[in-house]
Write a protein that binds this ligand. Sequence first.
Ligand SMILES: O=C(O)CCC(=O)C(=O)O
Length: 310
Amino acid sequence: MAGFTDLREKLKSMTPHRDKVFENSNGEKRKHRESDDDQSDYEERRDAEARKVRSGIKQANIFTPEDCERIEAKIDEVVANADKGLYRGHTVDRAPLRNKYFFGEGYTYGAQLEKRGPGQERLYSRGEVDDIPDWVHELVVDRLVTHGVIPEGFVNSAVINDYQPGGCIVSHVDPIHIFERPIVTVSFFSDSALCFGCKFLFKPIRVSEPVLYLPVRRGSVTVLSGYAADDITHCIRPQDIKKRRAVIILRKPRILEMDKEQHRRSLSSQQRHHPDDGSENSWRRAEDRESASRYTRDHTPTRRVKMRRH
Ligand SMILES: O=C(O)CCC(=O)C(=O)O
């Protein structure tokens, strides 16, 4: 039996790092470990990937500290309104150390547990979240249009994330079937970093080294498209939120073909079962049915399974 008497021998026999002897051009021999090759291959691949990510990122400093102060005061008003319960049901999404406020269009994450996950997200129907506040257009979107960052009329979804120190957003790709590119974010209150290509582990929370670490300073605009938006995940790590930070995410949701199909089907079934009596109530019922058909979150109050949100 090939037994090992010394554990160190056993470990040596198991390690993949076998030494090779290389001779360089002047005849000197030097030891080279396979692990060095692996390491440098890995680093090259990582650098190449970081370059691809960079090619899909643009950043600009458009908002002065004074602009930031005005916008931050408005964000505080949003927080106060939410605390007073002034918003519609799905405008506010609270999570530990991170609250989200959806305006214009909000999205949810799929109906049942087995159907949740990337690709299953759906837009809420119109009216489920509040409209984009005027100040977001006046103070933020219009400036971005003036500076040529986005075309006029591009934005119809504005989400505010408000992070407390240690808050985070796990690695994700903004759903490609929901949002057009680019994805535009503007940072407020404090400096932080957007990281690409991290893996999260939980209990306790740990995050792997990023492929790319991108500082996102107060007042800076970050525009993601191409590889940076579609082919690699991005996240905010807990260690990168040292003070309260907020971000406004400006996007354009696509009109979903499956939503249009569901809409068409619900309208024809509505015609069959509830011929229009012309009253305000019939109009409301039609709206409710349309809502229900597009609205895919499990509303059963007793079965709201908590999922990992970003
Ligand atoms: O906080 C940020 O800068 C990014 C937020 C983000 O990726 C998201 O909410 O989807």
